[in-house]
Design a binder for this molecule. Structure first.
Ligand SMILES: O=C(O)[C@@H](CO)OP(=O)(O)O
Length: 248
């Protein structure tokens, strides 16, 4: 059977995206704009005839709500769903809850970009028990000491690729159209793996909120079109530069 189609969807704008705060594992809701983006994402899928057979989401509200809204407007609200922490946003450590602009002003451009976009420099770990820590969150209790207190993108690749291989690839190999509703950095990690992007070049890749990104794959799961295809390329281009310039 031919390999199925992969559709990546970053959640719609969250209330913390709107306030320019580092978010990571903090479970914030979509903003009104994010709700509209999610609904439109589903309309774009429906108009493109790209109808998911199964959806994979993180354990975070902004991705789950986005998937629900998008699938509802695509009339695919009834498909099976799998959720896993491995699709979560990168844990942003002690930066969670901090304003990006203030962090840039306090630490300078080099440190700020090292924390945001370097492949292997994690922010300082979050203190357990602090306001924006998830160490007592029941949805991560099964992780025990393996629950991260901070992550760099490399850490996300390490936890995400096994989920890709064991849970998502079999769905694609069964010929399904697979929607992955996740986050800016977990999707950057997945695209890095899919396209074999170098540790340096991945710093320049940003993913916009709420615009489905289609990947057609060959038999060895390599993308037929590098970069995939956004269902609204003009909106994606504008939103990508806005993500890149956050903090400024
Ligand atoms: O704050 C976050 O969790 C992420 C995504 O919104 O931010 P950034 O793009 O700065 O990695």
């Amino acid at each position: 059977m031919a390999i199925g189609t992969l559709v990546l969807l970053r959640h719609g704008e969250s209330v913390w995206n709107a306030q320019n705060l580092f978010t990571g594992w903090v479970d914030v809701a979509l903003s009104d704009k994010g709700v509209a983006e999610a609904i439109r994402g589903g309309v774009l899928m429906r108009e493109a005839g790209l109808l998911p057979d199964i959806v994979h989401t993180s354990l975070q509200r902004r991705a789950i709500t986005t998937a629900n809204l998008a699938l509802d407007s695509a009339d695919r609200h009834w498909i099976p769903v799998k959720r896993d922490w491995r699709l979560n946003e990168r844990h942003y450590g002690a930066l969670q809850g901090k304003n990006k602009k203030e962090t840039l002003a306090q630490y300078g451009e080099e440190q700020f970009m090292l924390w945001r976009r370097s492949y292997d420099t994690p922010p300082p770990p979050i203190d357990k028990g602090s306001e924006f820590s998830q160490d007592t969150d029941p949805r991560y209790a099964h992780l025990g000491d393996a629950a991260p207190l901070t992550e760099c993108l490399k850490d996300v690749v390490v936890r995400l690729v096994p989920y890709w291989e064991t849970e998502i690839v079999p769905d694609l190999q069964a010929g399904k159209t697979v929607l992955v509703a996740a986050h800016g950095n977990s999707l950057r990690a997945l695209v890095k793996h899919l396209e074999g992007i170098s540790d340096e070049a991945i710093a320049g890749l940003n993913i916009p909120t709420g615009i489905p990104l289609r990947y057609d794959l060959d038999d060895s799961l390599k993308p037929l079109t590098l970069g995939g295809q956004y269902l609204d390329p003009a909106a994606a281009a504008a939103a990508i530069s806005a993500v890149a310039n956050q903090g400024r």
